[in-house]
Design a binder for this molecule. Sequence first.
Ligand code: ZN
Length: 407
Amino acid sequence: MTKEIRTVEFVVLPASKAKATKMFQIAGACRYVWNHFRERNLADYQAFKNGQAGRLQTSYFSLGVEFTKLRHETDWLKELPANPIKHTLKYFADALGEAMKGKKKFPKPRSRNRHAPSFTLPSKENFAIKKMDRKYSLLRIPLVGWVTLTRRGGVPYDGEPKQVVLRHDGHRWRAFVSYELEVEKRDDGEVLGVDMNVRQIATSDGDFYFLPDLEKKEKRRKWYQRMMARQVKGSNRRKDTKRKLVKVSRKIANIRKDWIHHTTREIAEKCGTVVVEDLKVKNMTASAKGTVENPGKNVKQKAGLNRGMLDTAWGEIRRNLEYKCGRLIEVNPAYTSQTCSCCGHADKENRKSQARFLCVYCGFTSNADTNAALNIRRLGMAQLHGEGSGIKTVPANREIDTRTPHG
Ligand SMILES: [Zn+2]
């Protein structure tokens, strides 16, 4: 049994206008505080970046002390709940830390137009949740009072809620409630290889999961984006376009999210261990599947769109598999699409077409992605059982080529 945090998304039902205004006030204060401390740390950060000064000593703790001072000096801030607003500085301290490590740029200012209003109720002292019935729950937000939460399927967990993030998506408020759960992971001997393609995900047991077709919606989104760029800032037409853009973006995000949830659950139910390609390695060697292994073959526009979907979704797919399955193994994806999963012969000629695999050595034939998934599974098994398990990690013919003479 291990402890895990799972987050459930609820819709906040429209409350009174006064309550909605208060929620926007808290979110606005978070934005103000972020920008305020961003400004104060900017010069020091630039000096550090230019080598004129040492690392910033700013931490969540030091920011917290300064926040308390600021709050006492600022009347309107004093009237708002301290903890949710202070928690913004936790995010800011994290972002600053990343920037100092050189992983990310200095945190950007939060603008009213470009950032979804949001705030966090960081611990259970800051909120209360009451389950009403299957469909509805009540959430108490400091200053605001009780609001109603709803979710299709109700509350799936009995665990204790630890944190709530509230975010306005341009249409309505949503609440992301994090629960801490005791989970038992399946850990039998079943190992499944997973191959990710621009059109589908193939598993080593021969199943396929087709990516949702978002082409039309993506096109519409692009169209609205271009339209907005042409329209006059602040005009009613532009606002109207923006509303449509937000709507279609939300739909795309929801379809994507549902698909990921269903697919990863189905995969997790089949096995205890999942083997996937290490996408960091894969992206270094190929911009899209097959380009390195089949040079000269251009990836179509549609594939490009889906590629984008898969890349952005990949982190989430991986994270979902990691907590839904007992174990996740990542392997180097080199040659997995041109190696025969039956005899281990690796050859460019094995890949007859994008869809079909035919081994020129032993005649084994299969769907190309299923064959790749089987290879991925084999690599994972080798990692799992270690050297000397007899499981070949290198294609048979390459093994001979790459051996040093002493072997
Ligand atoms: Zn073969």
